[in-house]
Write a protein that binds this ligand. Structure first.
Ligand code: GRF
Length: 195
């Protein structure tokens, strides 16, 4: 399977995914695509020998469809079978998602369906949760809402700040996403739960 990974920033999840696709793994990374030409993950991908591309979303202003047409053009060059959104911070329209539904994954830093959207760690602390974590799900038109393919749990500890909690969740993302992708690329859909 050919995997394209979409990023917006440092791409630590992209690195974990790319590093996992070796040996008898059924998938290989064929493109790392960013919505910001300055995304730090692009240099990391290039250093790993993975083809990269960037489509800056800013010149497109509010025209999401035009931005997505440019993304789609880059994707069609790489011909991926699976898209992995990894720290990708743009909301995709139903039109784009419809092209990839069933073949597009996302990682979200909460135990979905709790805390869809942004500031998930602060919201978990605010709610007094004693557990938190991350989820990998299939991307559907509704934000952070598709079928759950895996979750990883971490404890919330007394005195935790949002940054401390985020720092406890991120390494679990780096374990969960590669495990889910390996399953998904092999055709399995049973959700994975780690803690
Ligand atoms: C992190 O906050 C992570 O929880 C979320 O996206 C952000 C950046 O991830 N998935 P990455 O380092 O760019 O993969």
């Amino acid at each position: 399977k050919r995997v394209a990974i979409l990023i917006s920033g440092g791409g630590s999840n992209m690195v974990s995914l790319a590093e996992s696709m070796t040996g008898d793994h059924p998938a290989r990374p064929v493109l790392v695509l960013a919505n910001d030409p300055a995304a730090g993950g692009l240099a990391k991908a290039a250093a790993m020998g993975i083809p990269t591309a960037a489509v800056d979303h800013k010149p497109f202003g509010k025209d999401r469809a035009a931005f997505e047409d440019a993304l789609q053009a880059k994707l069609e060059e790489a011909q991926p079978d699976i898209l992995c959104l990894a720290g990708f911070m743009r909301i995709l329209t139903p039109g784009f998602i419809a092209k990839w539904e069933g073949r597009m994954l996302n990682i979200h830093p909460s135990l979905l369906p709790k805390y869809k959207g942004l500031h998930t760690h602060a919201r978990a602390l605010e709610a007094g949760d004693t557990e938190h974590g991350c989820s990998v799900h299939e991307v559907t038109a509704e934000l952070d809402d598709g079928p759950i393919l895996g979750q990883a749990r971490v404890p919330v500890l007394p005195g935790d700040t949002a940054d401390m909690l985020a720092a406890r969740v991120l390494p679990m993302e780096h374990k969960l996403y590669p495990a889910v992708l390996r399953n998904f690329a092999a055709g399995a859909r049973e959700p994975i739960f780690i803690s």
